[in-house]
Design a protein around this ligand. Sequence first.
Ligand code: FAD
Length: 365
Amino acid sequence: MSNQSKPYHYLIVGAGLFGSVVAWRAIQAGKRVKVIDRRNHVGGNLYCENRDGVAVHIYGPHIFHTSNKMVWEWVNSIVPFEPFINSPLANYKGKLYNLPFNMNTFHQLWGVTTAEQAQAIIASQRGDIKEPQNLEQQAISLVGTDIYNTLVKGYTEKQWGRDCRDLPADIIRRLPVRFTYDNNYFNDTYQGIPQGGYNTFIDRLLEGADVELNCDFFADREYWESVAEKIVYTGEIDRYFDYCYGHLEYRTLKFEHEQLDTTDYQGVAVMNFTDRETPYTRIVSHRHFDPSCTAPHTVITREYPAEWQPGAEPYYPIGDSRNSALAEKYRELAADSNTIFGGRLADYRYYDMHHIVEKALELEL
Ligand code: FAD
C-alpha cells in the first residue's frame, strides 16, 4: 500500500496515558487515528474498575502531581481535576508514623518537638560513610539508623526482593526529610485526581480515535505495519526488536482486592507496611480517592511485590548495570527506526504521569 492509500495516518500501539495523549493531539490535528491495546480496556495502568460503585485502581493507586503549570492546565482542560493530597501512613509492627519523613514522624519516633532536636538525632546516627557501597549505607548516611530500620529497610527489601546490603546505593539518591509538620507526600505545586476518575479522562482523550481492544500488535505485525503512515509504539522496547539483545527485566506486583462491608477501612487512602514480615507493602482503600462515592461498602487492595518472569506484567524497570546497558542498546535501535517510541515500556524508564504527559505533548509528530 502506498502511504496515500493507507487507512490511518497513525497507528498507536497501546491505549495507556502516552498513547492516549498522542492520539488526542493527532485527532486535534485532523488526522485519522487507530489505537490498539492488548488488554480488554483503555487507560493502561491508570484504568479503574467499577466494583459495585467503587472505582478500584486495579494497577495501583494513581495520584496526579506536577509542578509544571502547562501540564496541569492541559490535563484540567481535558477534565477538571479534584484536589487530593496524598498523606500516606507507615505501619511498623502496629505503630503508625506519618510520611513523608517530617516533624510528625520525628515526634512519633523520638518525642522531639523542634527541628533542631530532630536534626541533632539524625546527625548523630548518620555515621561517617563517605562513599556508600550499598542501599543500606546510602540510606543511613541520609537519614540515620532509626528511620532506616523502622521505615526504609523492610519496605525496600520487600519492594526489590533483596537485602538492602545487596541493592545498589543509587536506587535512593535522596530520601526527602522535612523539618516542618507537613504530611503532604508530594512536593509538587499541583496535585489531584480527574473528576469522574481516570477512565473519564482517558475516554475524552480517545474521542474520535478508532480503538480496538484485545489486540496485540505482534499477533499480526505485518498487517498492523501496513495500516498507517506512522506507528507510535508504547509497548516493551525489547519485544519490538524481537529480544535481539536479550530480555529486559522488571519487578512485578500482585494485587489482592477485597470488598468489605464498611465505608471506611483504615481512615486513609494508603497505608505502607514497613516491617519485613508483613508480606505486602501497602494497603490501598479506594473510596478515599473518590469523595462522590455513595456505595455502602469499600474495596481495599493489598499490594505484593514479586519476581518478574517473561509473560508477567512489567511494572518497574530494574536500574542495575545489566538492564541499563541493554536498554541503551535497544534505545539506539529505536532512534534509527521509523517508528516513534514513547512511554514507560518503550523507554524502559520509570515515569510518573506528569512526565508522560509532558513527553507526549512535546513529541514531534
Ligand atoms: P502503560 O499505562 O503501561 O500503557 C501501555 C499500554 O500499551 C498498555 O495498556 C499495554 O497493554 C499496551 N501494550 C503494550 N504492548 C502492546 C502490544 N504489543 N500490543 C498492543 N498493546 C500493547 N504515576 C503518578 O504520576 N502518580 C502515581 O500515583 C502513580 N502510581 C503508580 C503506582 C504503580 C503501582 C505503578 C506501577 C505506577 C504508578 N505511576 C504513578 C506511574 C504511571 O502508572 C505511569 O506513568 C503511566 O501509567 C505510564 O503510561 P504509559 O502509557 O507509558 O504506559
